[in-house]
Design a protein around this ligand. Structure first.
Ligand code: PNS
Length: 163
């Protein structure tokens, strides 16, 4: 039986923490879909097209990973694509409460199970919002995000450096 999994997120932008989870999921499941949330009520730093392009460039070496966009409920996306498994990274206890709630709700609403991979420790403190803050103030990004993302962040936030 072929097992398909979805890795959902905003990916604004993709970090090495995301890459780690995507690579590990790709080595365990037959097909992995990275589902990028298009949320009209949020103001992301990168447009949906930019986020997808940055992910594409980052996961091109993984033959069983594809990228999709979604709006609305994740369970609807899963059901429409015949996916019954969500994979997520768990960084710390602080992630747990909200993730547990969403996992239980997704199980209840759509019969979609959530599997948590514990984040590789060197990435456990990484988040897209922290990365954007570091970039905004000209801090180091090496090792935290893929090279293309570094470039995109510098290009987008380069003029915004504080003294
Ligand atoms: O990268 P993020 O922003 O932490 O990812 C959160 C995401 C996109 C996985 C989550 O907000 C989500 O699944 N949103 C879609 C709407 C939905 O299904 N909400 C959960 C209801 S239980």
């Amino acid at each position: 039986m072929s097992v398909a999994a979805v890795i959902p997120g905003s990916f604004d932008p993709i970090t090495m923490g995301h890459v780690d989870i995507i690579e590990r999921a790709a080595s365990r499941f037959d097909q992995v879909t990275v589902a990028v949330l298009e949320n009209p009520s949020k103001q992301p730093l990168f447009t949906i097209d930019e986020r997808v392009e940055l992910i594409e460039g980052t996961v091109a070496h993984l033959g069983n990973v594809s990228i999709a966009r979604f709006r609305g409920l994740l369970v609807n996306f899963c059901n429409a694509h015949g996916i019954r498994l969500i994979v997520k990274g768990l960084r710390a206890v602080s992630d747990f409460e909200y993730e547990l709630q969403m996992a239980q709700m997704n199980q209840r609403m759509g019969d979609v199970e959530t599997l948590f991979l514990t984040t590789t420790p060197e990435f456990s403190y990484l988040s897209s919002s922290l990365i954007k803050e570091i970039a905004r103030f000209g801090g180091p990004l090496e090792g935290f995000v893929p090279d293309a993302v570094q470039k995109a962040l510098r290009g987008r936030l380069g003029d915004d450096l504080s003294p």
